[in-house]
Design a protein around this ligand. Structure first.
Ligand code: ADP
Ligand code: MG
Length: 224
């Protein structure tokens, strides 16, 4: 069993560099995507258009993430029921993803997990963690989301467990590095952004992972 506390890199400088470029790319990209969609509506059978669309979506997501990186991570705290946020996010992921043979389960805890967080930012973190869990199980598997209140440390604990590929110690040590990815179509910007958001909440992330067994991501957020 391997464990690691994760710290995020300083991203804003790198992000700012990309932001200018990202804005320049955004407009032509948007019009190309629109035109490709029109073409696709008239040519449903064309395989190449499908590939072009997928690649354009990848570019758009890259550009969007650069724009996010360039902005300082300022959070707007408000009262939020973490169990409800988790339920909503899990439902969203169930309907959004081509789940193949995977399932996602979440049993809301009996605790009252009302806490002061930025719900949309934490939702973004949860989506990224669940996406990574699903992507670690290309042949299907089970993602289990859990939540609890740690009364001693006054923290909300959220865990996302998968029985996917898992990671080596070397891979774990790279988590949070910008552009670190082991995926053929990966970008390696998800976790750096997530860790920045968690840091802004004064929270922390721990990974428990075993190659070939699976991974558990533990997110701790202070109840403020
Ligand atoms: P991306 O998903 O684009 O690769 P991320 O920043 O989200 O970028 O993740 C970086 C890398 O961390 C992944 O490529 C993968 O190697 C590893 N990783 C993250 N979560 C998991 C997980 N649940 N199981 C296995 N590997 C993971
Ligand atoms: Mg990812």
């Amino acid at each position: 069993l391997q464990k690691q506390v994760v710290e995020s890199e300083k991203l804003s400088a790198i992000g700012k560099l990309g932001t200018g470029l990202a804005h320049e790319i955004r407009n032509p990209l948007t019009s190309i995507m629109g035109l490709t969609q029109l073409l696709q509506e008239n040519n449903q059978q064309n395989k190449y258009l499908e590939i072009i669309t997928d690649e354009l979506e990848r570019m758009a997501s890259l550009v969007n993430q650069f724009v996010i990186l360039g902005k300082p991570t300022d959070i707007q705290r408000e009262s939020c029921d973490v169990n409800r946020l988790l339920s909503n996010t899990v439902e969203l992921m169930k309907s959004n993803t081509r789940l193949q043979n995977s399932t996602i389960t979440f049993q809301p805890s009996q605790y009252n997990l009302e806490t002061q967080i930025d719900p949309s930012k934490i939702k973004q973190v949860l989506i990224n963690f669940i996406k990574n869990a699903l992507e670690a199980m290309p042949n299907g598997g089970e993602v289990v989301v859990d939540s609890a209140l740690l009364e001693e440390t006054e923290e909300v604990h959220i865990s996302i467990q998968d029985n996917g590929e898992g990671m080596t110690e070397e891979e774990i040590s790279q988590l949070g590095k910008l552009f670190f990815t082991t995926k053929e179509n990966g970008i390696g910007m998800g976790l750096p952004i997530c860790f920045d958001i968690v840091k802004a909440h004064l929270g922390r992330v721990e990974y428990d992972s075993e190659k070939g067994q699976g991974t558990q991501v533990n997110l701790y957020l202070p109840v403020s």
